[in-house]
Every structure is written in C-alpha cells, then in structure tokens.
Design a protein around this ligand. Structure first.
Ligand SMILES: C[S@@+](CC[C@H](N)C(=O)[O-])C[C@H]1O[C@@H](n2cnc3c(N)ncnc32)[C@H](O)[C@@H]1O
Length: 301
C-alpha cells in the first residue's frame, strides 16, 4: 500500500464516528422497517446487497452492528471499490470487527463468511469500477448502497446503472451524499475564494459534484426509483476534537490543498496562508467544520 493509500484508509477510519453522528436517523429507521417487511414477505430468501464505492466496508459493519439487517438470517453482501488495496484493508477491518462483535469468521476465496446465533453473512469484495461490476450482475438485488460516493460519479449514468440491477420493490440507499456547503470557522478572509475553488474542482469532468444530494431527489424518479425518505446528514466537527476528528480534519484540509493547489483559481500565496491558518487552528484545537450532506432512500416501482 502506498503512503497515499495509507492516508486514505486513516481518513475513512476517522470518518466513521463523524458519519455515525451525521446519519439521518429517520431515513435509516425507515430502511430498517422496510427490510423487516421484505424479510416477512420473502421467508427463507437471502437479502442480496451491493455496496458501491464501499471503501473498507464501514457501512456494512455499521448496519450489522446497528441491527438494520436483523430480520434477515442470510445476507449476501458484495462490496465494490475500484481502488486497489481496499479489499485487503476491508478484510483487516472485518476480521477485527467480527472478532470483537462475536461473529465467527471464515475466509472465502474473495472475502469472508461470518456467522452468529444462526445468522450468516457472506461478504464478497470486488476491486472494479462500479459500472463494470454492476453490468456483470443479474437484476436480482434487494438493496444497493452508495455511501459518500455519488458526488464523485456521473449522476444520471450512476443512478441508471445502480437502479437497473434492483428487483422491483428493491431499494437504493445513498447516505452522506455531499450537497454543496463547506464551512470552516473561525472565518478567514480567503474563505470564499478558497472554498469556491474547492467546490469548482468537484465539478471536474462529468462528476455530480456539489449538487449531488439535491439532484438525486429529481434524478431518481426519472429512473423509476421513488424517494421514500430523505434528510440532512451534515458533518459537524467542533472543538474539543478527539483523535479521530483531528485526523479527519487534517485530511479534509489535505483534500482542499490537493484539489485547489492543482487548479490555479487561487494564487499559491493565498492558499498557503489559508492552509497555514487552518492547520494552526487545528493544532490549537479551535477549528470548526461543517459540510452539508443528505441521505436518500428510494424504492424501485
Ligand atoms: C469518499 S470514499 C467513501 C468510501 C466508503 N463508502 C465510506 O464512506 O467509508 C469514495 C470511494 O468510492 C470509490 N469510487 C469512486 N468512484 C468509483 C467508481 N467509479 N467505481 C468504484 N469505486 C469508486 C473510491 O475509490 C473511494 O473508495
């Protein structure tokens, strides 16, 4: 794994507790209720889930830990990420988590099988672009999860691809979808310039960028998926920071530096001044950060 990958994995790890706080609970509760109904109407059938842009699989561990899949005794969960090295990182994270949570774990050719109290979860990791992975799957999924990834994707193409593999009545869950506001405090004179340039870099190419959350609400129905629940899932990080939050904020500043630094919209001196102030504030424990996200749950048909 490169130093860059290592920093990304540490970022994903640090993001877990920020996401835990942020997730829109009514939408998550609705997902749990609907999966319970699904289990009742499909007795003996496994729940078939695919998570795209899965990173190290934090959302899978969270949903299992939080009881969202409790009505299902047999779960087939596939994680797809195109980034090499994520499969190994996911395997490490699942081995540690399953041991601590009392699941027995057995490695399989491309993942793990975990069992606890008669419930079985088959976890498979696929290293691939999600468009290739989805097109290779049958139209047989009960749930597709796209966690913190839609802003990076061409929205219409991604929605089409993900929805096309759902069974009728299947669900698309898109938690932590970025939706256009980034704020740091205390305010700095270069905030508007730096953050406008930061957002502009997210519009690169054909990715959904800063409007991903709002656009999902109108694009999903165009592909037959009706929004059944949605709500804000903002990241709000403020002093005092714990160790995870310090890593998280440091990486967010790193994202601003890497994207704005390569974009030429802000002169080097202004960006350096802004970053130096933000890093000082992080070190002194005075930095606050907000990013606006939304969680969306949609049903096909
Ligand atoms: C911000 S991370 C989120 C990871 C994970 N969902 C989480 O929140 O912990 C976005 C992930 O999407 C993956 N990704 C982006 N575009 C992708 C694509 N076209 N196909 C597969 N994975 C993709 C990246 O490699 C990255 O791991």
């Amino acid at each position: 794994m490169t130093r860059h990958d290592d920093a990304f994995v540490r970022y994903l790890r640090s993001k877990e507790s920020v996401d835990d706080r942020a997730l829109h609970r009514p939408t998550l509760a609705d997902l749990g209720d609907r999966l319970e109904d699904h289990a009742e109407s499909n007795p003996g059938e496994p729940l078939r889930v695919v998570s795209v842009g899965a990173g190290t699989g934090a959302m899978c561990r969270r949903l299992l830990s939080w009881g969202v899949f409790d009505a299902h005794d047999d779960i087939k969960y596939v994680m797809v990420d195109r980034r090499k090295g994520m499969a190994d990182q996911a395997a490490k994270a699942f081995a540690k988590w399953s041991h601590a949570a009392g699941w027995s774990a057995e490695p399989t050719r491309d993942g793990f099988r975990i069992e606890r109290h008669g419930r079985r979860v088959s976890l498979t990791y696929v290293t691939s672009d999600l468009f290739d992975a989805m097109s290779a799957l049958p139209k047989a999924l009960d749930l597709v999860i796209a966690h913190a990834v839609f802003d990076l994707l061409p929205l219409r193409r991604a929605v089409d691809s993900l929805v096309s593999r759902l069974v009728d009545g299947g669900y698309l869950y898109a938690p932590i979808t970025f939706d256009g506001r980034t704020a740091f405090r205390p305010s700095h004179e270069a905030d508007d310039e730096v953050l406008a340039a930061y957002h502009e870099t997210m519009r690169d190419g054909d990715s959904a960028g800063t409007d991903a959350g709002a656009d999902l609400l109108s694009v999903l129905p165009q592909f037959g998926a009706n929004v059944v629940s949605a709500g804000g899932s903002d990241w709000v990080v403020h002093p005092e920071h714990d160790g995870h939050e310090r890593v998280f904020l440091d990486r967010i500043l790193g994202f601003v530096e890497e994207s704005v630094g390569g974009a030429e919209a802000v002169d080097d001196e202004t960006l350096e001044r802004w970053l130096a102030t933000r890093h000082q504030q992080l070190e002194r424990g005075t930095l606050s950060y907000i990013a606006h996200n939304v969680d969306v749950l949609a049903r096909l048909g």
